[in-house]
Write a protein that binds this ligand. Sequence first.
Ligand SMILES: C[S@@+](CC[C@H](N)C(=O)[O-])C[C@H]1O[C@@H](n2cnc3c(N)ncnc32)[C@H](O)[C@@H]1O
Length: 245
Amino acid sequence: MFHYESDFYDKSAFAKAKNSLNQYEQQALGDVAGKRLLHLQCHFGQDSLSWAHKGAIVTGVDISDTAIKLAGKLSGELNIPATFVCCNVLDTSKYVTDKFDIVFTSYGTIGWLPDLQPWAQMIASKLNPGGIFYMVEFHPIAWMYDYTVEPPVMKYHYAQKEAIHEQYSGSYAAPDASIISNEYGWNHSLSDVVQSLINAGLKIDKLAEHDASPYDIFPGMIKKDDMYVLKDQLYPTIFEVQASL
Ligand SMILES: C[S@@+](CC[C@H](N)C(=O)[O-])C[C@H]1O[C@@H](n2cnc3c(N)ncnc32)[C@H](O)[C@@H]1O
């Protein structure tokens, strides 16, 4: 998997710092020592292992067999224990029987899911009473634009029901990789996200929107205080939701 070797995920910096987390999620979840944390769509586990290094007891799930194998390898190499499970996030309960104090997901996850209702039900079913769900994601407004043209044009609905198909060379983490990314995704509005969690029985404790992104993933972003903002800063690029059972 070329993401594993990419500058974006900077494996050697991670091996030193043992922390790939950004300010939003670290501030939101604070001290996780001793807490059981379920990481949804954990990719190859850098963030999962970061939480584990801070003392959480972590289980990560992802649909990619390759990513899960790499996560296990990284866990062994860095001697940071965590459990990694390969499954569709919607089927988590079939493969993970434990309940958790924290369910966490971040940056580039819900866009892979066509319907958030079963996702939210699964989250509620995996939380201990009083448990916290926290997510930080790219903002649906930011996904409304076609960035292949300059200036970007508004092209997709804020809550696109049909899949958005994007084909481009490289990938978000390795723009120069000699592959064609052929992606189908869904843009979920903030009300879709929040209402799916409410319908699943969760109480929303926080909804926040931010201009500054820890990742330089939209074309033409400008670095500002170690974060990235759009040139005109007319819309937010990140949102956070925190909810509890
Ligand atoms: C953009 S990555 C997440 C990035 C993560 N924030 C990180 O930095 O490592 C999205 C992940 O979602 C996973 N994924 C996509 N659809 C999924 C599904 N239905 N169930 C579980 N994992 C899924 C992909 O395999 C990928 O590892």
